[in-house]
Design a protein around this ligand. Structure first.
Ligand code: FE2
Length: 324
């Protein structure tokens, strides 16, 4: 079944095409964030201007014509309202014109499911780490297939925390990978560490690290902020894994591109005979491929939405999203 997926929840406009789970295309255009961060209206305009080209590129890459598309999915949320609307309206137009099924997809579930697919994971504890989100997820079968949230950030996502710290250090974008690069050779400085059960918090850490800018070496600060935040994520993930008696760990979302975090999770897993799995970096960043992949699975399981029920939900929680 050929299914097209569209993503525009934040700075990326992405179009993916799958055929029976096989990724035929994963094309994108990314808005370049300046020092002011993202202004939703401006980013949405960027998406609208690039939508037709990205869609055309995806069809060309997949080697299909629009008429061969059998279903369409789009990111319903969570995300920035004006941005989400671009994929929503594009997907609705395609579904109406081609008279094919349409399904709204939860962005976080799409990240988790593409990691489960590429990481060859059946029933993992999934650490979802991105700019706006940081959660520990587990698959539940009842009353229908969905992810439950076992732990999450009390305040900001680990990605946004690292990005804003990097901006204060005046590092170059992409900020997350800049922090990782500058952490090389750093030594550990003690910073606030907050884990409560399986939840965690990063604002105290960010505030203290920011206070130390100019007083400590950049490499020491980058090393220590990563070490502290990632240790908190590993501790909470380990607790969730033991509680749920799982033997697989998944990591997904933009921060899953960080090699240090993956190394720390892998080492933690090895102590419990648990394997770590993840998707290639292209699918950890926001992308349309993951939306297409989950949309195909949802359509195959019989999930359908009426066009008039397809909207956006800026605060669409993953634990309310039905996957099958
Ligand atoms: Fe994302």
């Amino acid at each position: 079944m050929i299914v097209l997926g569209m993503e525009s929840s934040a700075h990326t406009f992405g179009v993916g095409i799958v055929d029976d789970g096989e990724m035929l295309a994963n094309e994108k255009a990314m808005y370049k964030i300046g020092t002011t961060g993202m202004i939703p209206g401006e980013v949405a305009r960027f998406h609208a201007e690039n939508a037709a080209d990205v869609l055309g590129n995806a069809l060309k890459k997949a080697g299909i014509t629009p008429k061969e598309i059998e279903g369409v999915g789009y990111t319903m949320g969570p995300g920035l309202g004006p941005c989400l609307e671009v994929a929503e309206l594009s997907a609705k137009t395609i579904a109406k014109k081609l008279e094919i099924p349409i399904v709204p997809v939860n962005h976080c579930a799409a990240h988790a499911e593409i990691a489960r697919h590429f990481g060859k994971l059946s029933d993992p504890i999934m650490l979802y780490v991105s700019g706006g989100n940081s959660q520990i997820l587990a698959l539940e079968e009842k009353p229908h297939l969905h992810y439950s949230v076992l732990g999450e950030t009390f305040d900001i996502g680990v990605g946004n925390m690292l990005d804003s710290f990097a901006r204060k250090l005046k590092l170059k974008p992409a900020w997350g990978s800049s922090v990782e690069k500058h952490s090389q050779g750093g030594r550990y400085i003690e910073l606030p560490y907050t884990v409560k059960g399986m939840d965690f918090s990063f604002t105290g850490l960010a505030t203290r690290a920011t206070e130390l800018i100019g007083k400590e070496k950049v490499s020491d600060l980058c090393f220590s902020i990563q070490e502290t935040a990632f240790s908190a994520l590993c501790e909470a993930t380990e607790r969730a894994m033991l509680l749920k008696n799982k033997r697989e760990i998944g990591i997904c979302g933009g921060v899953a591109q960080n090699r240090k975090l993956k190394k720390m999770l892998k080492a933690m897993g090895e102590e419990h005979n648990a394997r770590l799995g993840f998707a290639p970096d292209e699918f950890n960043a926001d992308n349309g491929g993951m939306v297409a992949y989950l949309a195909e699975r949802m359509i195959r399981s019989g999930i359908r939405s009426r066009l008039e029920d397809c909207g956006i939900r800026q605060r669409y929680r993953v634990d309310t999203a039905r996957l099958g």
